[in-house]
Design a protein around this ligand. Structure first.
Ligand code: SAM
Ligand code: SF4
Length: 331
């Protein structure tokens, strides 16, 4: 086995696996109210294909897998995928979910080996939840988070993160409430800068830069101390003495973290995407369905990595030519 490295020596050990493009929410920064065009079911990877792709990646150095989407838990066989992927030799099996279907499935996900949980939640106010997601459901998501904490997520090396996309004039006035929550519970609340994707109507004016969010928190709660983040971290994390949790800032737009990128994405329809903002995907599905051997599939991955750029093109260039919708890429 040799590592999946690119021209810049970045070793790719983290696979983000899109289980579906479908979603039971319509977050305003992610997709239009009417949704986005979806691939036909037959064009999506089957359970066996998802597991095969993962096996090949794990055989070449990947030790962390995140199930994502779309909303991964709307896929009927999501648990079966988790069970099979969970049997591989992984350091971390994670999921990113909007939390609506989580509480019923968390015990089974835990049995499947789920080590890390990320729940996306942009507001703690019910009426705003409906405005941002265009659906109801805040109490369900909060209850799932409580359940996750009762089960021990957030402690003992099992990460519990809450992703908050900070938006101007929408939820930016809640960042201090979120930080207080991270102070009192074992959560990492991560404030994400909104990124441009096809169909999400990105407007630079909606962006709340990390520096602004941090200043708002520090103005209310006092100075934050930087914590030790690993070389591949997307979030810069901070806390204060005595906090149970921490806050993190994912500054993809104002302070990109491309230099430490170790991520590969496989979309629900089998497209390998070496960068969230990086060109056309390579279809592993077509290769597998045309009878490619394991070696040939891995060669495709290595070739795609040779074309990976050092960094993304910057927010203005991305805004002019936004990539596919986030649900199709696999957030
Ligand atoms: N549906 C799941 C969820 O929301 O957690 C998983 C997929 S979602 C695409 C993954 C993450 O991407 C979520 O935390 C979401 O907030 C984030 N996201 C979606 N659109 C975004 C955008 N335009 N800019 C920044 N983050 C975005
Ligand atoms: Fe669905 Fe997640 Fe996109 Fe919201 S961010 S619309 S929950 S995929």
């Amino acid at each position: 086995m040799s590592a999946l490295a690119d021209r810049f020596g970045r070793r790719h050990t983290y696979l983000r696996l899109g289980l579906t493009e479908r979603c039971n929410l319509r977050c305003v920064y992610c997709m239009p109210a009417h949704g986005v065009p979806l691939a036909a079911k037959r064009d999506q990877l089957s359970t066996d294909e998802l597991v095969r792709v993962t096996r090949l990646m794990v055989g070449n150095g990947v030790d962390k897998v995140r199930l994502t989407g779309g909303e991964p838990l709307v896929r009927k066989d999501a648990l079966e995928v988790a069970r099979q992927v969970g049997r591989f030799d992984l350091r971390s099996l994670a999921i990113t979910t909007n939390g609506l279907l989580l509480e019923d499935r968390l015990a089974d996900l835990e049995d499947a080996g789920l080590t890390d949980l990320t729940v996306s939640l942009d507001t703690l106010r019910p009426e705003r939840f409906e405005a941002v997601t265009r659906r109801a459901g805040l109490p369900v998501v909060l209850s799932a988070l409580e359940d996750a904490m009762r089960r021990g997520y957030g402690r003992g090396g099992r990460a519990l993160k809450v992703n908050v996309v900070a938006l101007k004039n929408a939820n930016e006035d809640e960042v201090v409430d979120f930080a207080r929550w991270a102070a009192s519970e074992p959560l990492e609340v991560r404030f994400i800068e909104v990124m441009p994707f096809a169909g999400n109507g990105w407007d630079r004016a909606d962006l709340v830069p990390m520096a602004e969010t941090r200043a708002r928190i520090e103005d209310s709660l006092g100075p934050l101390s930087a914590l030790d983040d690993g070389p591949h971290a997307t979030a810069q994390t901070f806390a204060q003495p005595g906090w149970r949790g921490r806050v993190g800032f994912v500054a993809s737009m104002t302070a990109p973290f491309c230099a430490g990128c170790n991520r590969l994405r496989v979309t629900a329809d089998g497209g390998l995407q070496v960068c969230l903002f990086g060109g056309s995907p390579v279809s592993l599905r077509d290769a597998m369905r045309a009878g490619a051997s394991d070696l040939e599939v891995v060669s495709l991955v290595r070739r795609a990595l040779e074309g990976k750029h050092a960094a993304h093109a910057g927010m203005d260039a991305l805004a002019k030519a936004p990539p596919r919708p986030m649900v199709a890429i696999g957030g």
